[in-house]
Design a protein around this ligand. Structure first.
Ligand SMILES: Nc1nc2c(ncn2[C@@H]2O[C@H](COP(=O)(O)OP(=O)(O)OP(=O)(O)O)[C@@H](O)[C@H]2O)c(=O)[nH]1
Ligand SMILES: [K+]
Ligand SMILES: [Mg+2]
Length: 354
């Protein structure tokens, strides 16, 4: 049986097995096997030369526009950034990625217009593979639908999910330390809904027979499998409905942003939402003995450390780092001396001694 056939058979079996306590571990095993076979299939295809767009990352963060053909991705890119991506009243006008730059609150946000995605993208339909790899490398996904096909939102989410992309999810708090011997030792800090046998079945599927497994959240089987597999990415996402000048479906969930690229409706709101969802912060650099330039913030992602800033500035800065001083929210007192792993906060003034 070919890999593809095995995958299809497993998908069928999972669909047809009723879910209850008695079948839980069996389903867990099937799902783990399915994930493993999908990964294998991906690897085989990669050998034949995995196609990928060449996109040069630029600016403080990279955002991709993902939507079915002709929902207005290129129109939105142009309206937000002044880029000149081709717009057409026919599908697949855009054939390769087109970048633009949105400036917001001192941040330079690269926005990439992608070709239209289609159902089956995760299996390679259309330019699915290239699109998914571009999404995997982004900091934020903007899913765009038009008001006449809101169903496309779910389809896109599913395709990206099958491409190993987890939108608006935190990585599972599951830590696996493989060992040479000693069997499996499973500890959890919270009560678990899945039973221990399911955990064993999944680990067995991945041939993990000796390990310490620490579980710090009430994981589902799917998230447990995600934790075992290494190729998952966790990326924030927002959903946009374009062309509301033609038809405004109303009743959209609060999280969906209705816009019109053509009539320039809600574009400010969209820019603000992109900026906020990226969770960027501003820090100010002060040379030793000098003054901070409060007009020139450096934009970094929340959670970044002094070391990350050094790397952004210069390779040598990181290598020759001695210590830093911080004024601001992340400092316990003014000009606190900190090390390379110190996490910065919005508005911090940083002096690096190298
Ligand atoms: N009425 C209206 N039409 C729009 C709006 N945005 C885009 N369009 C039209 O929708 C059509 C498709 O726009 P594009 O920007 O090419 O869409 P796309 O998603 O980039 O399309 P592909 O690259 O082919 O996937 C064009 O005819 C646009 O003029 C809008 O807000 N309102
Ligand atoms: K188009
Ligand atoms: Mg386009």
């Amino acid at each position: 049986m070919s890999l593809e056939e095995q995958i299809r058979q497993l998908e069928e079996e999972i669909k047809n097995t009723p879910y209850n306590k008695a079948t839980e571990h069996h389903i867990g095993r099937l799902k783990a096997k399915l994930a493993r076979l999908r990964e294998e299939a991906e690897k085989q295809k990669a050998k034949t030369g995995r196609p990928s767009f060449s996109i040069k990352k630029d600016g403080d963060a990279t955002v991709v526009l993902v939507g079915f053909p002709s929902v207005g991705k290129s129109s939105l890119l142009n309206a937000l950034t002044g880029a000149k991506s081709e717009i057409g009243a026919y599908d697949f006008t855009t054939l390769k990625p087109v970048p633009g730059m949105l400036e917001y609150n001192g941040a330079k946000i690269q926005i990439i217009d992608l070709p239209g995605i289609v159902e089956g993208a995760s299996k390679g339909r259309g330019k699915g593979r290239e699109i998914i790899s571009a999404v995997r490398n982004s900091d934020l996904v903007v899913i765009i639908a038009d008001p006449f096909n809101l169903e496309s939102i779910k389809i896109i989410q599913r395709e990206l999910y099958n491409g190993g992309i987890r939108l608006n999810q935190k990585p599972p708090e599951v830590y696996v330390k493989k060992l040479e011997r000693g069997g499996l030792k499973i500890t959890s800090t919270v009560p678990l809904s899945i039973d221990e046998q399911t955990i064993y079945e999944v680990l067995r599927e991945y041939r993990i027979h000796n390990a310490e497994v620490l579980i710090r959240e009430d994981v589902t089987v799917d998230r447990f499998i995600d934790a075992i597999l290494r190729n998952r990415v966790y990326i924030p996402a927002i959903v946009v409905v374009n062309k509301i000048d033609l038809y405004n479906p109303g009743n959209l969930p609060d999280s969906v942003i209705p816009v019109s690229a053509e009539k320039k409706i809600n574009l400010d709101l969209l820019a603000k939402s992109i900026y906020e969802k990226l969770d960027l912060i501003r820090i100010f650099l002060k040379p030793p003995g000098g003054k901070a330039d409060l007009n020139e913030p450096m934009i970094i992602k929340r959670g970044m450390t002094v070391g990350d800033v050094c790397k952004k500035l210069h390779k040598d800065m990181y290598r020759n780092f001695r210590y830093a001083r911080v004024i601001g929210k992340s400092a316990k007192f003014k000009e606190q001396r900190v090390g390379i792993d110190h996490v910065l906060e919005d508005g911090d003034i940083l002096t690096i001694y190298a």
